[in-house]
Write a protein that binds this ligand. Structure first.
Ligand SMILES: Nc1ncnc2c1ncn2[C@@H]1O[C@H](COP(=O)(O)OP(=O)(O)O)[C@@H](O)[C@H]1O
Ligand SMILES: [Mg+2]
Length: 363
């Protein structure tokens, strides 16, 4: 297996190892049992700050501090945390960083899909051992949830509502009793303090199942919203530009690049809101998701093109050339709103002339 320092994408606990070590060293606040940091320092890790010893803690989440406070406080209670919102609002990113800060690992993870089995939530069996020796403890294969219960760690469930209803409900007993019966061994696995679950769920997407009200009650739900302003969204995008590409860019162009990225964010915001910024014109909305994550992808793509094939700077033309394929994901629902936007809005704004030229040249 590859060593983690060569991994293409490092888990949060490695990516921010220095920050977490510094936070642990300076933390003087009370910690819930088996937490590596106090709730206050977990929030500082997510929101960013500067420590007394001068260590800078980078902001991970851009948005309301109070949402993160509610999330962290929930994890210290016996209710689990459910992060919902439209796709691309940092649910996965926040849950990964919370688990890294609280338990030192974000890797106890169950990915919810239509094909998730109860075994992946509870436990399975090593069949050769089971056949040879019968249901003995060494034949049992614990799920990430069982391991989290036994070590007092945070476990993540991604895309909870992609799992069928009946499978989701296997969590109910576990969340209310904090124990998992293993009838085959006539035993149960009991959670120790520090165990909790962070689930994420998209509230608008294909292939989503409802949650039962019994299960919903076991969770405290925090809705992560889209960024409130263009400036806030710009900050998020800037924080997520690929560092290796950033290192190769022509820095002299930064000021104009930022203006160009703002134009892209404006286009996304207007299409999302279904109206122009001045509110004067109503617009058709594409059905596909237009989240910050799409903008981050678009900007990174434009920067990669600039670094490898172009002038090493993000310019409007490169961004505009990537716009249509980012916004129009489904021809039936997105093409008409996109064409309307190009002709009714983009064409008429002087400062978007180079965007319009680039977009028209692709038609
Ligand atoms: N408010 C925000 N603060 C920080 N990053 C954000 C924010 N909104 C979106 N992002 C970024 O968008 C990307 C996608 O987020 P992700 O966690 O995968 O979304 P979700 O799980 O909600 O679909 C991540 O790189 C994340 O950093
Ligand atoms: Mg996600």
């Amino acid at each position: 297996m590859k060593k983690n320092n060569e991994a293409l994408r490092k888990p949060a606990e490695l990516l921010f190892k220095k920050e977490l070590t510094a936070l642990i060293k300076t933390d003087q606040y009370p910690k819930p049992p088996n937490w590596r940091l106090s709730p206050k320092k977990v929030v500082d890790f997510i929101m960013g700050t500067e420590l007394e010893d001068g260590t800078k803690i980078s902001p991970k989440y851009f948005g309301q501090r109070s949402l993160i406070e509610i999330a962290v406080a929930t994890l210290a209670t016996d209710r689990a945390l459910l992060l919902t919102g439209i796709p691309g609002t940092a649910k996965t990113w926040v849950s990964e960083n919370l688990a890294a800060a609280i338990s030192g690992s974000s890797r106890l993870l169950v990915q919810g899909t239509a094909g998730t089995h109860e075994e992946q939530l509870l436990y399975g069996w090593n069949y050769p051992i089971l056949l040879a020796k019968g249901p003995v403890p060494e034949a049992l294969v614990p799920s990430p949830i069982m391991r989290g219960m036994e070590t007092g760690s945070i476990v993540r469930i991604e895309e909870l509502t992609r799992m069928p209803f009946e499978i989701q409900d296997a969590l109910i007993t576990l969340l209310s009793e904090k124990s998992m019966p293993i009838p085959e061994l006539d035993e149960e696995s009991n959670a120790i303090s520090g165990f909790n679950i962070i689930a994420t769920a998209n509230d608008r997407d294909k292939g989503i199942h409802e949650m039962s009200s019994a299960l919903k009650r076991r969770f405290n739900t925090v809705v992560l919203p889209l960024p409130a302003t263009i400036e806030m969204e710009l900050e998020i995008v800037r924080s997520r530009i690929a560092p290796d590409l950033m290192a190769q860019r022509d820095k002299k162009a930064d000021k104009s690049s930022i203006e160009e990225i703002k134009r892209v964010i404006t286009i996304f915001k207007e299409l999302r809101d279904g109206k122009t910024m001045d509110g004067k014109l109503s617009l058709k909305r594409p059905a596909s998701t237009l989240s910050t994550a799409e903008i981050i992808g678009l900007v990174n793509n434009a920067l990669a093109m600039a670094v490898y094939f172009g002038k090493r700077k993000i310019d409007g033309e490169l961004l505009a050339r990537n716009l249509k394929n980012t916004i129009v994901k489904n021809h039936d629902t997105d093409l008409i709103p996109w064409n309307e936007y190009v002709e009714m809005v983009m064409k008429k704004r002087e400062e978007y002339d180079h965007f319009y030229q680039a977009v028209s040249s692709l038609k």
